[in-house]
Ligand binder design. Structure first.
Ligand SMILES: *[C@@H]1O[C@H](CO)[C@@H](O)[C@H](O)[C@H]1NC(C)=O
Ligand SMILES: *[C@@H]1O[C@H](CO)[C@@H](O)[C@H](O)[C@H]1NC(C)=O
Length: 261
């Protein structure tokens, strides 16, 4: 589940081709907002990645069609699902085409690059993420059958992300080497979460209010269900951003041996 739809639309985009290359493999420079990038021989590569990456986040989340990066704030997530317990005692909540707001404020805190092992680890934080959209819920909670559909809003606060990946090198038909990203994972932690479901029990304010209070008191359980799906879509998203860029910017341009003068 949770494929990131907007990215599919963009994968159909055609990127400009420089020079007459076999198989029309595009060759682009790094986007201007990452400056000179980072040299693969920089002894302080971790610091360089932060220096270059931190200010780029805002730009990247605004989207960059040249590198096939769609607008990421808000991000459309195909489906978010919470499945608690069984249908008799528990609930099943789904939100289709939910919007995830706030990624542009992500802060890049620390990076750990290991060239020998070809692994990379990023540490990021985000003060607040908001998810909203139309929900459906059914099940049984507090001895009450719960049914409803309407507007949903979740707010996640104090998020800590880690984005980890491996990479390998691949020589393309144009004779140039490109980076291929593998094994992306995106574990994260949330310090607090609120949830609000409008129009529960056909709009009964008292029952709906009690149920929302109950859900908020049990946000940790709800988050537990939410986590794998969110983690998976954030990993897929980040990977596709990097991979889309790595598909058009050769390794020697992305991480040059020496900094250009
Ligand atoms: C809610 O359920 C109905 C009927 O199963 C379905 O048509 C609709 O798409 C669902 N909406 C959401 C937001 O999940
Ligand atoms: C991805 O993970 C698998 C399993 O751990 C490993 O064999 C593979 O080498 C990894 N990929 C890269 C590029 O390191």
């Amino acid at each position: 589940m949770t494929a990131v739809r907007t990215l599919l639309a963009f994968s159909a985009c055609v990127v400009a081709v420089y020079g007459a290359l076999p198989k029309a493999q595009p060759v682009l420079q790094l986007p201007s907002y990452v400056g000179k990038g980072c040299s693969r021989n920089d002894p302080n590569i971790n610091e360089c990645v932060i220096r270059v990456g931190a200010p780029a986040i805002k730009k990247v989340t605004q989207g960059d069609p040249k590198y096939r990066i769609p607008k990421l704030d808000p991000l459309v997530v195909d489906e978010i699902k919470v499945q608690q317990g069984t249908r008799q005692v528990g609930l099943s909540l789904s939100c289709k085409k939910c919007l995830l707001h706030g990624l542009q404020n992500t802060k890049f805190i620390r990076a750990k690059v290991d060239w020998d092992k070809r692994t990379c680890d990023w540490f990021l934080t985000l003060d607040k993420m908001r998810i909203n959209g139309k929900y459906n819920v059914s099940g049984q909670v507090l001895l009450l059958p719960i049914v409803g559909n309407g507007d949903m809003e979740m707010e996640l606060r104090d998020l800590k992300f880690e984005y980890k990946y491996d990479w390998y090198y691949e020589k393309k038909d144009n004779g140039l080497v490109y980076v291929v990203i593998d094994n992306s994972t995106f574990p994260f932690d949330v310090n607090f979460m609120t949830i609000s479901l409008e129009n529960l029990f056909n709009g009964d304010k008292l029952l709906g209010g009690n149920m929302n209070t109950f859900l908020n008191e049990n946000w940790r359980e709800i988050l537990k269900d939410l986590r794998p799906a969110l983690s998976k879509s954030l990993a897929a998203l980040t990977k596709s951003i990097l991979q889309n860029m790595a598909n058009v910017v050769p390794y020697d341009v992305m991480f040059p041996e020496k900094y250009p003068l």
